[in-house]
Design a protein around this ligand. Structure first.
Ligand code: MSP
Length: 512
């Protein structure tokens, strides 16, 4: 079973920030979840290195574009290393293989008569790296997203016959039974795309005559390929296009292209059209999460509200930063992130629920059983209840990419154990019924271990740490894979009788 997930390849004019890490962490959680479920996963991220925006940013820093992208690309690699992102590939659009493959695809489209030359005059927004219509500007004649005035460009460009693809795209997007169905999520965004598609499609310019910093058009070296076309093609070049016997690797078509709504049109319309035009399969699913503000404002260097992955890690640690970023706001609609919101979520979910359960349980085992797992028959009632929440709520939400709701399910499962402890009152049982106490503590720890298997995609290091503290043996990820392949094998749980719990450190100190 193959699974291919991508993030956008990010522009290098900005250093990595929480907007980028939001998408990348979400994709990582999905990739890790699919691996646990037995999939062979390709997970690609990367950097978008051509275009006018990069030239301008390099110039500002007094660097050549190549020097600039080499430096900036490392920052993204470092950020993903810092956040323990498990990407299997990192594509740079200045990679030689990518340059060659982009030229091949453009050549195929040209040979098929899908590209022609025409003089064009229009407004171009460098921030968006796209032509923009006057009616889409604000009252000051500026781009809504970038608040800058677009420049009038007039040049002879090569055009791609996008207008020919309206029907085929509509058919594949609308018909869920179509064998090459293109699914767009969430529904509201899908409907927006369909509405816009129904209005008809204009051909799009796919080359630039005045921009050197790009991939040369193979049939006319005076032009470079439009940065967005080159960028989209990275999704196939990153997984080894062209493969030997089949032009695309086994991982294509992509299972999920993940991004925010800002670039959905490129992924749902332009990209599938290029692929179909070149005789290749279109992606199976395009998933858009929302765009978020920070404390109500657009993230910007001028406002000074940009949150970097490093700042998050400095404050919360790596695993908590991963968890908090994706579980604070609903995954899909637009939202707002703030330090106070992050702190509150940290205290509620991590310090009070997860961290507290770890130390509370540990203390009871130390106090009543000298830190050993007692030998007792597993009363599986609590375990089964937790299994139900995890298999039903968590797995269902995760598979629908409702990643914040899946984290709620984790909290719900943890709360089940905390509530059971309150109901059983082990501190009383310790005076009245040692056998019952053994049975209760044994069932808490097995249920807790079970939750850790599901927590792993969010918190790969902390979940293993708690696993070790709980006296469960071995590599959590490997055991989780085995559990998902054969859950019945583990009905007695994971921490074995006779194993010793480790002393629990404070994993999530409360933030005042
Ligand atoms: N280079 C193009 C993508 C080419 S993909 C073939 C690009 N790059 S970008 O650096 O601007 O990245 C945009 C993406 O970054 C968004 O789609 C989203 O995934 C992420 N985000 C950046 N800021 C964000 C928010 N404030 N909120 C949510 N996601 C954010 O577009």
């Amino acid at each position: 079973m193959k699974f291919y997930i991508t993030t956008p390849i990010y522009y290098l004019n900005d250093a990595p920030h929480i907007g980028h890490s939001y998408t990348t962490t979400a994709a990582d959680i999905m990739a890790r979840w699919k691996r646990l479920k037995g999939y062979d996963v390709a997970f690609v991220t990367g950097t978008d290195e051509h275009g006018a925006k990069i030239v301008a940013a390099a110039k500002e820093k007094g660097k050549s574009p190549q020097e600039f992208v080499d430096e900036m690309s490392e920052k993204f690699k470092d950020a993903w290393k810092l956040l323990n992102i498990s990407n299997t590939g990192f594509i740079r659009t200045t990679d030689a293989s990518h340059i060659k493959n982009s030229q091949d695809i453009i050549q195929i489209l040209f040979d098929k008569g899908l590209i022609y030359k025409k003089k064009y005059t229009a407004l171009y927004c460098v921030g968006c790296e796209k032509f923009i219509l006057e009616r889409d500007l604000d009252e000051n004649g500026c781009c809504h997203d970038h608040k800058t005035k677009p420049q009038l460009q007039s040049e002879e460009n090569y055009f791609f016959k996008l207008s020919q693809f309206q029907e085929i795209l509509l058919e594949r997007i609308l018909d869920e039974k179509h064998k090459e169905h293109i699914e767009i999520q969430p529904m509201e965004r899908r409907n927006e795309i369909i509405g816009k598609l129904k209005l008809g499609l204009d051909d799009i310019s796919v080359s630039r005559a005045t921009l050197d910093w790009g991939i040369p058009v193979p049939f006319d070296k005076n032009h470079t390929i439009y940065v967005w076309v080159d960028a989209l093609i990275s999704y196939i070049t990153a997984i080894g296009y062209p493969a030997k016997n089949n032009p695309l690797s086994d991982f294509w078509p992509a299972d999920i292209h993940l991004m925010a709504k800002d670039i959905l049109w490129f992924h749902c319309v332009i990209w599938p059209a290029i692929l179909i035009g070149a005789g290749l399969a279109a992606p199976k699913k395009v998933y858009s999460h929302g765009f978020f503000t920070i404390d109500g404002d657009k993230m910007s260097k001028t406002i000074g509200n940009v949150i970097s992955p490093q700042a998050l890690v400095d404050k919360f640690g790596v695993d908590a930063a991963r968890y908090l970023t994706v579980s604070l706001i609903p995954f899909g609609p637009d939202g707002d992130i703030s330090w106070s919101g992050l702190n509150l979520k940290y205290n509620t979910d991590l310090a009070n629920n997860l961290g507290n359960l770890t130390s509370r349980l540990n203390k009871m085992f130390q106090k009543y059983f000298e830190g050993n797992i007692p030998s007792v028959k597993h009363n599986g009632v609590l375990f089964e209840k937790a299994e139900q929440v995890l298999n039903e709520d968590f797995a269902k939400e995760m598979d629908a990419f409702q990643i914040h709701k899946a984290s709620d399910a984790l909290q719900k499962a943890l709360t089940l154990i905390n509530q059971q402890i309150e109901n059983d009152a082990p501190w009383t049982l310790a005076k009245t019924d040692m056998e019952k106490l053994k049975e209760c503590l044994f069932s808490y720890i097995q249920s807790f271990d079970l939750i850790l298997l599901y927590l792993f995609p969010y918190m790969p290091v902390i979940s293993q740490k708690i696993w070790d503290i709980n006296g469960a043996q071995g590599n959590l990820e490997e055991i989780a894979k085995d559990y998902f392949a054969n859950p019945k094998k583990y009905k007695d749980g994971f921490s074995k009788a006779g194993a010793k719990l480790q002393a629990a450190e404070v994993l999530f100190p409360r933030i005042q």
